[in-house]
Design a protein around this ligand. Structure first.
Ligand SMILES: Nc1ncnc2c1ncn2[C@@H]1O[C@H](COP(=O)(O)OP(=O)(O)OP(=O)(O)O)[C@@H](O)[C@H]1O
Length: 393
């Protein structure tokens, strides 16, 4: 199969009203189509049909018949039928600023497409409540179909056991890296077969096992493909809406975690730097070699996307960054080199779990965030050991 990315189609209609609130955030941000990737698969049964815009994103030209709508209202999700949204009696007038909508095209009982949009109520005059606000429990909204024309579609396929609530919260994505030089020299064979729709088979001598993931990236997938289709953008959108989100890279040594998260290291004057983009005014980032933009990892792309998305949100917002490493079950602050001791993980009623005395930096720009990443990267558990009087290495 030539596809770089394959998506598993949803098997059944997800639960509706009983779903946890984080699942209700439909802010969809998989905004671009990876080169050579059959994103059409995600939306192939769409009666309205996708259209491609100049920037390569897939857009919808008409409103589907929604079977469910919901609104995100400070963490509460309320499901309504058709265009009726249930607004609780205690909702303040004018409070509703964001409307999130999902629609499902049900073909012969199989959920084939999931289209979603998150529309800014305050800035989108085409979406107006036609019913009462506070006074009416059921508020009817009129939707201007034009508002959908620039809405990007994507598939966030649940896993096979979609009956399990956890599946709604955890997106498991597999990336298979290409063979490295040594492996190619040894003429190692790829034992992974890609069957599409998130299905992967490992076939090697006596081992034959199949696995299903939400998204599978084949060895040819680019860094851009991974960022655009792994669901990380959606996590960022959700975090802007107040949800706690985590992107977690897991894999054996040499499997490509660092490559995926930060890209390959850049070198200049004998020093290794992470793959850093140029600054906003086009200059090289301080200390970094002019990077190959294509090779930026999920983290750098997330910084840019976060700052860009926050720029569209009204009101005060602050980005705070910290950088820690958990190594041998000990927490190390990678930003505070003066405090070379393991930090304690505590729990409090108000904060939940937190790391005590963790250094937190306020960031305003992408460059600030990049600097945090670069700063933290210079400390490794190994040189931490050298500095830490309490550690035996
Ligand atoms: N998708 C990829 N395309 C090209 N090269 C890759 C890819 N993924 C990983 N590599 C290369 O494979 C090597 C190992 O990758 P990487 O260092 O990211 O692994 P890792 O999982 O972070 O390992 P460790 O846990 O030991 O730090 C690196 O040289 C990296 O550039």
């Amino acid at each position: 199969m030539s596809a770089k990315t394959n998506f598993k189609q949803p098997k059944s209609k997800p639960k509706t009203a009983t779903k946890r609130k984080s699942q209700k955030n439909a802010s969809d941000s998989n905004s671009s189509t990876p080169r050579g990737t059959p994103v059409q698969k995600e939306i192939s049964n769409d009666s309205a049909g996708p259209t491609s815009s100049n920037d390569g994103s897939t857009t919808r030209s008409a409103v589907p018949t929604p079977s469910s709508l919901y609104v995100i209202n400070e963490g509460k999700s309320m499901l309504g039928d058709d265009h009726h949204l249930e607004i609780p009696d205690d909702t303040n007038e004018g409070y509703l600023s964001r409307l999130s909508i999902e629609s499902f095209d049900d073909h012969e009982g199989i959920l084939s497409n999931k289209n979603s949009a998150s529309l800014d109520f305050s800035r989108n005059p085409s979406i107006t409540p036609t019913g009462g606000k506070k006074s009416s429990k059921h508020v009817k909204f009129s939707l201007n179909t034009d508002a959908w024309s620039s809405t990007t579609l994507s598939s966030t396929a649940p896993t096979e056991n979609s009956g399990d609530d956890l599946d709604d919260h955890i997106n498991v994505v597999l990336r298979v890296r290409p063979a490295n030089g040594q492996e190619r020299e040894r003429k190692d064979q790829l034992v992974t077969k890609f069957h599409g729709e998130g299905r992967v088979e490992v076939d090697h001598v006596s081992v034959n096992r199949s696995f299903v993931y939400n998204v599978v990236f084949e060895p040819e997938a680019s860094q851009e493909d991974v960022f655009d289709h792994s669901g990380v953008k959606k996590l960022i959108d959700m975090s802007i809406n107040g949800y706690a989100c985590t992107a977690f890279a897991f894999g054996q040594t040499g499997s490509g975690k660092t490559h995926t998260m930060t890209g390959p290291p850049q070198q200049k004057d004998g020093k290794v730097y992470i793959s850093l983009p140029v600054t906003e005014n086009g200059e090289e980032f301080e200390g970094g070699k002019q990077p190959e933009t294509d090779m930026q990892g999920v983290i750098q792309r997330s910084f840019r996307y976060l700052v860009q998305q926050l720029g569209q949100v009204s009101g005060n917002k602050t980005i705070k960054a910290s950088y820690l490493e958990i190594y041998n079950e000990q927490v190390i602050d990678l930003l505070n080199t003066n405090h070379r001791r393991y930090l304690n993980v505590r729990w409090s009623k108000n904060k939940g779990f937190y790391v005590e005395n963790l250094f937190i930096v306020e960031c305003e720009t992408v460059d600030d965030l990049m600097a945090v990443l670069e700063e933290g990267r210079t400390i490794t558990p190994v040189n931490f050991c050298v500095f830490n009087e309490n550690v035996t290495c």
